[in-house]
Design a protein around this ligand. Structure first.
Ligand SMILES: NC(=O)C1=CN([C@@H]2O[C@H](COP(=O)(O)OP(=O)(O)OC[C@H]3O[C@@H](n4cnc5c(N)ncnc54)[C@H](OP(=O)(O)O)[C@@H]3O)[C@@H](O)[C@H]2O)[C@@H](O)CC1
Ligand SMILES: Nc1ncnc2c1ncn2[C@@H]1O[C@H](COP(=O)(O)OP(=O)(O)O)[C@@H](O)[C@H]1O
Ligand SMILES: [K+]
Length: 518
């Protein structure tokens, strides 16, 4: 699904009017109806609209207009509607204009009485900091919510005061439970602090014709998209059908990495996993990962030439090669990587395994000038912000703010790689400038080893013939889906997940179509 900026959204709206006669009032009718439908769908089956007290905060522009249309639909379905027109300071309760008492007292009563408050104050047209009286109004709502958790908060298009392009927020903005955004998610939703204000994201249909495509090169990864990308599993298949993955991962201080990554590659369906390990390490892996096969390498103090040669000799027939998780850093290991890269570059496209470089693979490379010129075509690299900083001449890389987007786009083109920049909303940029962002965050994933799982999943998808950009996108989405499944099945929330807990839930994430509508 496209992600749009404010100006891309405005262009679409202008095109809708010019080319299809879809004027702003028509789109607004569609927007309000769609928001009402989504709101009702979310209530069911626990609550119904009959008798539900809903207070709308109405702003002076089209966002307020959307709110009025939505309110009318909810009223017709039996909800008890109050409208507060912020600019006019006018309160209407169930159709009656309230004039007997000072409006602020009446409004406070309405806020205390509401089951839901709908923020239809400002949307994409916010052009300056929020005025004091609007901040004060939102503060009242926030205060009530902190007193009464059952009060539901819903924003139309976006929470008021959030910058839809950058994710910056006004000090008066309040976090909502659900944002019903219109037509497409806005770029600022995917970056902090804005991300924390959105709550559950719903996308309303405003009736734009399918032929009107946004010019945006940024997409939100959706479940529907991922499930279409997943490799087919024909009945007439064998392990050779689903590709072999070789892993150059793990070392004495970090043995678990190769296990986690290799296991994850198998869990997304790759046909055969081979760990390239030294004899010293073999007993550990052989006893913990029964399904793996092994390429035995000389010990780490052997000549780099010998180590690289042993791996290269075994590589024929492999569809994917993962280098890096837990590998350790040393001049010798760097030399091994360089020789393997040289070999890969010398192979024709159809004979070359797809390459993923993660963690210490990247750390070893970042010590070299113009390291990216050493990579074979179509490489996937998967840095976290710290590794990204090391790869980019030591600059500080944000874990979640908007600057990471431009950086990732620029570097994917400059380095000609598929660049997966980790974070809560992980993003993937390809060499042609297309970007995909994962909406789903799960702080339970913030624990050692989960990155190894992700790298393994990407490699497993590559072995099955997915393109690098698709393999990375699918893996990122399913990685968070698997984490959510762990939370659900282990009855945990935001902490306590072990990276190895993800492993049995990866196959479940592949079939779980109910994970999300989006
Ligand atoms: N157009 C379409 O086809 C569709 C649009 N859609 C909907 O429209 C929304 C965008 O509508 P919009 O452009 O009217 O902007 P909106 O966010 O309502 O605010 C503008 C108003 O607020 C005012 N204002 C600005 N900043 C302010 C501030 N800090 N503090 C106080 N006031 C401020 C500004 O007045 P000003 O004082 O600047 O003259 C103006 O009156 C979009 O988010 C979506 O919900 C959907 O219906 C789908 C079709
Ligand atoms: N709050 C979060 N929400 C979603 N994903 C997260 C969050 N924190 C961490 N992750 C994910 O967990 C993984 C951690 O990877 P990484 O930092 O490389 O760890 P390690 O190298 O220890 O495996 C990344 O895929 C990252 O996107
Ligand atoms: K709003």
């Amino acid at each position: 699904m496209h992600i749009v900026t404010i100006s891309e959204m405005k262009t679409l709206e202008a095109q809708a009017e010019q080319q299809y006669g879809l004027t702003s009032p028509i789109l607004m009718q569609n927007a309000g109806k769609s928001a009402a439908d989504l709101f009702e769908a979310n209530l069911l089956p626990t609550y119904s609209l009959k008798g539900l007290k809903v207070l709308f905060l109405i702003g002076p522009g089209n966002n307020g207009g959307d709110g009025l249309v939505m309110a009318e639909h909810l009223k017709n379905a039996g909800a008890l509607i109050s409208l507060y027109h912020w600019k006019e300071q006018k309160l209407i309760v169930q159709g009656k204009h309230q004039q007997d008492q000072p409006v602020h007292e009446l409004l406070t009563t309405q806020i205390k009485d509401a089951d839901y408050i709908i923020d239809a104050l400002l949307g994409t047209g916010r052009s300056r900091p929020l005025p004091d009286d609007m901040r004060a109004l939102l503060a009242l709502v926030k205060e009530e919510r902190s007193r009464r958790e059952s009060l539901g908060l819903v924003a139309i298009d976006l929470p008021t005061g959030l910058n839809a392009d950058t994710g910056e927020v006004d000090p008066g903005s309040i976090a909502v439970d659900t944002t019903i955004t219109l037509a497409y998610p806005k770029l600022g939703f995917f970056f902090f602090p804005g991300r924390d204000y959105i709550g559950d994201l719903e996308v309303g249909d405003i009736g734009l014709p399918d032929a009107l495509e946004p010019s945006s090169h940024t997409e939100m990864i959706t479940g529907q998209q991922v499930h279409k990308l997943l490799p087919e599993r024909p009945l007439n298949s064998n392990k050779g059908t689903f590709g072999k993955v070789m892993l150059l991962c793990g070392s004495l201080p970090y043995p678990g990495s190769a296990f986690l990554a290799g296991n994850s590659a198998a869990r997304v369906g790759a046909g055969l996993i081979t760990l390239a390990v030294t004899e010293k390490m073999l007993p550990f892996y052989a006893s913990s990962f029964h399904e793996a096969t092994f390429a035995i390498l000389p010990e780490e103090d052997a000549e780099s030439f010998e180590r690289a040669k042993a791996l290269i000799e075994k590589l024929e027939g492999y569809k994917a090669l993962l280098i890096g998780p837990g590998l350790g850093q040393s001049a010798n290991t760097r030399e091994v990587i360089l020789q393997v890269l040289e070999h890969l570059r010398s192979l024709p496209d159809d004979k070359r395994p797809h390459l993923v470089i993660d963690a210490d693979g990247l750390n070893n490379l970042s010590a070299l000038e113009r390291w990216w010129t050493l990579l074979p075509k179509d490489t996937v690299i998967t840095p976290h912000p710290g590794e990204m900083g090391r790869l980019s001449e030591g600059i500080k890389v944000s874990g979640g703010n908007i600057e990471r987007l431009e950086l990732a786009r620029k570097k994917a083109q400059e380095w000609q790689v598929n660049l997966l920049l980790k974070g809560s909303c992980t993003l993937i940029a390809n060499p042609t400038g297309n970007t995909r962002i994962n909406w789903w965050g799960n702080p339970a994933l913030a624990t050692a080893g989960t990155g190894d799982v992700l790298a393994g999943m990407i490699s497993g998808f590559l072995a099955q013939g997915m393109s690098p950009f698709d393999a990375a996108s699918a893996a990122v989405y399913l990685h968070t889906a698997a984490a959510d499944l762990v939370n659900e099945h282990m009855n945990i929330e935001r902490a306590g997940l072990l990276a190895s807990d993800l492993l049995p839930y990866i196959p479940m994430s592949l079939v779980n179509t109910t994970y999300s509508e989006l």
